[in-house]
Write a protein that binds this ligand. Sequence first.
Ligand code: XMP
Length: 531
Amino acid sequence: MQEKIIILDFGSQTTQLIARRLRELNTFCEILPYNKYPEDDHDVIGVILSGSPFSVYDPKAFQVDLSRFIDRLPVLGICYGAQYISHTRGGRVEPADSREYGRANLQWTDTESPLFRGFEPSSQVWMSHGDTITALPDGFHVVASTDSVRFAAFQSDRAPVFGVQFHPEVAHSLQGTLLLRNFVVDICGGHQDWSPANFIEETVEELRRQIGQDRVILGLSGGVDSSVAAVLLNRAVGHQLTCIFVDHGMLRKNEFHDVLRDYECLGLNVRGVDASGKFFRDLDGVTDPEQKRKIIGRDFVEVFNEEAQRIIRENASHTEATGGGAVRWLAQGTIYPDRIESLNITGKVIKSHHNVGGLPKEMNLSLCEPLRWLFKDEVRRVGRRLGMPEHLITRHPFPGPGLAVRILGAITPERVRVLQEADDIYIRSLRNYKVKDEDGHEQSLYDTVWQAGAILLSEVRSVGVMGDERTYENPVALRAVTSTDAMTADWARLPYDFLAQVSNDIINKVKGVNRVCYDISSKPPATIEWE
Ligand code: XMP
C-alpha cells in the first residue's frame, strides 16, 4: 500500500508548492480539488487544506465537510485552510486591519507543540492574507504568534488538528520545511520512503503487469520527460515498445541526429521521421504566432498518427505470423504538473495534451503515463538512476513548436538555418563557460539557467559595417532565464565577458546577422518565448 498525504486544493497559487515540499521530504502526496476527497481513504495518513483566493465569508467560498476526516486523521490547515477550520468550529475570522502580507517573525512559539519542534526563536515566516482569526474555537489553543497576528498558529487540545495562517511551503518561511516534516513524519507517521530506486522497481513491475504481451507506441520529443518514460518502459517491456521521433525541421542544429543517436545508444527502438518538408510547406507565408502554433500542432498529430498507423499495420501482419501481442497502448511522458495544470479545482479539464486529443478513436489505444505522479526534479533523479547520460537529463526545456516561436514573422528554411547557427554558438558557449557555485564546485553556465535560446528578429533590419562594407541585416536576441517552474522567470545575469564573446562569435560567424541584443525582461510581464 502506498501511504499518502492528501492536499485539498482551495485554489491557492501555492498549492503545488506544498506538494513539492512534501516530495522533497520523500513523502508521497496527491493534490485533489477541495470537493474531491476520496470515498475510500484507507491509504491516506493525513490531510492538508490549502490557501484560497476567497475569504471564508465570501458566498462563493469553497466549502468542505471536515467531518469526513477531521477526527480520524491528522489535519493541517494553511492560511484559508486554517481560517476555515477555525470558522467552521465556532471561532471568529474577521477582515484584518491591514492586509497581512510579506515577511514576519514568530515572536512566540510553543515548542511543546509537535508542529513547532526544533523551531528557532523569531523564526521568519511568510504571510499573505486579508482576513485574520480573532478568536479560536473552544477546544483549540494558540501555538505561535507574531507581533501583529496573535493566532499565527493553533492546534486542537484533543486531536491532531493544526492551523497556520502563514505559508510554510514558500521559501521565505525559513523553517517551513521543518514544520511540514514535523506534520508529515511525527504527526502523520509518514515513512519518507520515496526513492528513485523504489519508484523504478515498483513502476517496472506495474508496467509489466499492465502491458503483458501488448505493444506500446511512444512519442519522443528529445526532452527529459519523454526520454525517461521511454527508458523506463524499455526496461519493463523491451522491444514491445516502439518510439516515434518527429523532425519538424525547427529543432536545434543537429538535434534530430544527435538525439536519435542518444536514443539508439540507450537501446531504444526508435523511428525517426523527417517531416520537415511538410511543415515548411504548411507554414509558408504564415506570420501570426498562434496560427503557426496551430499548424505545427495539427501537422505533428497527422505525422505521428500516420507513423503509428504504419506500426500498427506492420505489427498486425507480424502478429499473425508469430502470435505476438497487438499495439494497445500509447505511452506519454506526462508528469504531475502537466496534470495539475490540466485540471482546475472543479475537476474540469482545461488543457489537454496535443497528441492525445488528436489520436483517432479507431486506433483504440489506452494511455500509459508512467511518470504521471512525478515532478520534474524527480523525473531527473529517476533518469540518473536509470543510467541515462547527464546531457539528456539536464537538457533545458525546449518548446514543442521549436524555433518557430523564436523566429518573428514567416518561417523559411533559410531563417531557420541562420537561427540554428546563432543558437548553436550561444548554447555551446554556455556549456563551455565554467563558473563556481556557492560550494566552490565548477559548473557550466548552461547548468545555472533554466532555459536559454536565441531569437531571430527577422522583421527588423539594422545598419552595420563589416570590413569596408555597409551591412543591412537582422539582429539576434539572446534570452536566458532563471526559474523553478517557468510560471515566473527572471533574466539571467550572464557575465559581460561571456556576452561580449558570444556576440562577437555570432556576428563574425553567422552570415545574415550584424547585431546581438540581450533580453533583460522578466516574466511577468514578458514571457519566456517571444511568440
Ligand atoms: P512562456 O513563453 O509561456 O513559456 O513563458 C513557458 C514555458 O513553456 C514553453 N513553451 C512551450 N512549450 N509548446 C510547448 O511545448 C508551446 O507552444 C510552448 N510555448 C512556450 C517555453 O519554452 C517555456 O519553457
